[in-house]
Each structure stands twice: as C-alpha cells, then as structure tokens.
Design a protein around this ligand. Structure first.
Ligand code: PMP
Length: 406
C-alpha cells in the first residue's frame, strides 16, 4: 500500500524501539546473495547443525498421538518435569513445578518477565556489550534501560563496584548473561559470589540470568548460575534458558524460566492472554531434548571449540584487530579500534565500527555485526556457528581487506 495514503498510526511504544539489528543484518545478507554476490556470513546467531533425530522423532510421535491441542499455559507436565530435571543436572537446584514456566523462546519469556514486573521509570541494569534485545524490551515495557559499560580489563563482565554504583532506588532488575552474547564471557563462581555480596545489600533488585548458552561452554562444564552459587538469592534470580542453542532448535521456538512462584504466576497470566501456550509439538520435542541423551552437546561443543580456536588465531594475527577469547557461546567479539581513522583504497575514512562492517561486507564479502548494535564501539561480532571452511575463507578475506587499508 502507498504509505502516503495509509492511516496507520503506531503506538508510542513502537517509536521507542527498533527492529533487532541482527535480523536486519541477516536481511541485508539475503539481499546481497539474491543479487548474486558470494557472501561469507558470520552474522548468524544460531547453530549450523540440524536438530538431533531423536528430538525430531519425539515431535513426529506427538503429532501422530494427537498432541495437537492447547496445553497448560505453563507447559505440559512432561516438559516441566524435563526442565526441572535439566536444571537439577546442570545447576544442582531442585525447582518445584510452580517455579517453572515456558514460552515461545527464551526471548518471549524475557519479554513477559519484564512486562510482568517493570513499571514506567523502573530501571533495568544492562551491562554492555549486551544482547541487542534487552534495552528495547525494557523500553517497550516503559522501563528505563541503564547501560553499564564493562571493559576488556574485566573480560567484559560486571564487577561488584560497577554494579553497586549503578543501583538506585528505581532499580528493579540487573540482567546477567553468561555465557554472554556478543562477548562469550563466562562468569566464574568467585565473580558471581562477589556480585551476590552486593545484591544482598539491595533486596529490591532482582536478577534476570539469561543462560541460553550455558551448555556451550569451553571451561569444561556448563556455565555457572548465580542461583546455584548464591542459593540464598534463588528467589530473586529468574533463570531463563531454552533449547534453541544447545540443541540446535532455534526454529522450534521453545524457552523456559525458573524463579519465584509469584513471578512465574504473573508471567503465566500474560502468557494466557498472549499466546496461550507455546506449540504443543515443540513442547514434546523440547521434553525429549532436555530429558533424553545429551550426546549432541558433548559432540558439538568440541566442534565449536575448534572453530573458536581457528577464529581467535586468525583474527589475532590481523594487525588492528584484537579479539577476546570467548569462554562460551559461539561468538568472537573483536576490538577494531586499530582500524578507525584508516583509509580505504577509494579514499574513504573508516570513522566508526559501522564503517568497518560495511567495508568488510563490500570489500571482503564478509558479513559481521557492528559493536554499536551491542552498545559498545568500536567493535564487531563474528559468529563461528558456521563451518571451518567458511571461517577460514572469511578470515583470509578480512586480512586481505585490512591489508589494503592505508
Ligand atoms: N538470549 C540471548 C543472549 C540470545 O543470544 C538469544 C538468541 N539470539 C536469546 C536469548 C533468545 O533465544 P530464543 O528466543 O531462541 O530461546
């Protein structure tokens, strides 16, 4: 329809937010590919593996058994049981049924948790670099995202001092994301323990612990949760996770959360008025993923680790680029300050990380996402959830493009 004649009027909240930059980057890559250009795509935030067969079979069995109807708002009993079993296995925490809820992806669960708790003007602490969606989800729910910068000195992790300094009487949540997107940073038990000390002094502050990448960890075990490290704070920690990343199930749209039963009830109320419940079929698949054999994780983490090592070695060797070695997730977060101010063969100056990513896309045919999307510049994020061949070819092309700068 011709926009000039449209009577569409967006709500004020739409003006406060923007579409996810990673989705936008993916669209740009699709466009260039459609034009016939060969693009090495390092933007994707999802595993390149297929969903394991036993999980698919559980979904097919559910369809054939007629499990094709609405389920309880907080998920099928089978799925809730599988989630509890998984949290016991990874965190050593015994959650009750009333502490568990499910949704259409971790993303939806986080959104509903904020919607259920944030009033106009409430502050939500978001350590930067952050997953692109947090600030906009807070804004969409009329809260105020308070960006708390971190630096390479602390491995892009929040410290007790920065946390303490950022808390005000309006603070309702602090978001912790370990392993982190885009940094790959994983909080140690000591670091979580030190943050817990601060949180004990501020009983009104809750913690949204986004653990969607917890199993994709290169430290030898699943990433730790604040809820496990500080059991006394358990009711103030909402653990959010899902099957998207660990089990290569991004398209199934199934996430979950564990926390205070009153908060879980509030999330369920919103869920009952939005989607009613996630897909019954995806729930059956997720139950199989969480309670079935865990070989897929044991097999894929070493594959990611090999790619990580190749990406770190390749990028570190390029003058002007400085990556943080990630302890988890499948991203490499690269400081590109060394390229800012340099000139392309055409005589254009790279003024910021947006210029750097556009240059890499045009000159090298490599798609990455600029740090400004994650609230920190000048950086870019490489996803290594793609095959080694593509990673190696992309690094060669980046090295070549950087080498051509003056
Ligand atoms: N948290 C983080 C940090 C993520 O990177 C993602 C996916 N990009 C999610 C949550 C949401 O994942 P999903 O909705 O697929 O469960």
């Amino acid at each position: 329809m011709d926009t000039a004649s449209s009577s569409f009027r967006a709500a004020e909240r739409i003006g406060r937010i923007k579409p996810s930059p990673s989705t936008a980057a993916a669209a740009r890559v699709r466009e260039l590919k459609a034009e016939g250009r060969r693009i090495l795509d390092l933007t994707v935030g999802e595993p390149d593996f297929d969903t394991p067969d036993h999980i698919k079979r559980a979904a097919i069995a559910a369809i054939e058994a007629g499990e094709t109807k609405y389920t309880p708002v907080n998920g099928t009993p089978l799925l809730r049981e599988a989630i509890r079993g998984s949290l016991l296995r990874t965190h050593g925490i015994e959650y009750s049924d009333a502490e568990i809820t499910v949704g259409g992806g971790g993303k939806q669960v986080i959104f509903l948790a904020l919607m259920a708790t944030v009033d106009a003007g409430d502050e939500v602490l978001v350590p930067a670099p952050y997953w692109v969606s947090y600030p906009d989800m807070v804004r969409a729910n009329e809260g105020t995202p308070v960006i708390v910068p971190t630096s390479v000195e602390t491995g892009y992790k929040l410290t007790p001092a920065t946390l303490e300094a950022a808390i005000t009487e309006r603070t309702s949540w602090v978001i912790l994301n370990s392993p982190g997107n885009p940094s790959g940073a994983v909080y140690t038990a000591e670091e979580l323990g030190a943050l817990a000390e601060v949180l004990r002094r501020h009983p009104r502050v809750s913690v949204l612990s986004d653990e969607i990448y917890s199993e994709i960890s290169y430290t030898g075990s699943a990433a730790l949760s604040l809820a496990a490290v500080a059991p006394d704070l358990r009711h103030r920690v909402l653990v959010v996770s899902g099957v998207s990343k660990s089990y290569a199930m991004t398209g199934w749209r199934l996430g979950y959360a564990a926390g205070d039963p009153a908060l879980v009830r509030a999330i369920n109320t919103l869920q009952s008025q939005t989607s009613s419940c996630p897909s019954s079929i995806s729930q059956a698949a997720a139950a199989a993923a969480l309670s079935g054999p865990q070989d897929f994780i044991a097999e894929t983490v070493p594959v990611y680790a090999e790619r990580r090592d190749a990406a770190v070695a390749g990028i570190s060797a390029i003058e002007g680029l400085d990556p943080l070695v990630p302890d988890g997730a499948f991203y490499l977060y690269v400081d590109c300050a060394g390229l800012i101010g340099r000139r392309t063969e055409e005589g254009d100056t790279l003024a910021d990380d947006q210029d750097v990513t556009l240059y890499l896309l045009d000159r090298a045919g490599v798609a990455v996402i600029q740090g400004s999307a994650y609230g920190q510049s000048p950086f870019f994020r490489i996803s290594f959830a793609t095959d080694l061949e593509t990673i190696r070819a992309a690094i060669d092309a980046i090295a070549d493009a950087v080498g051509a700068l003056r």
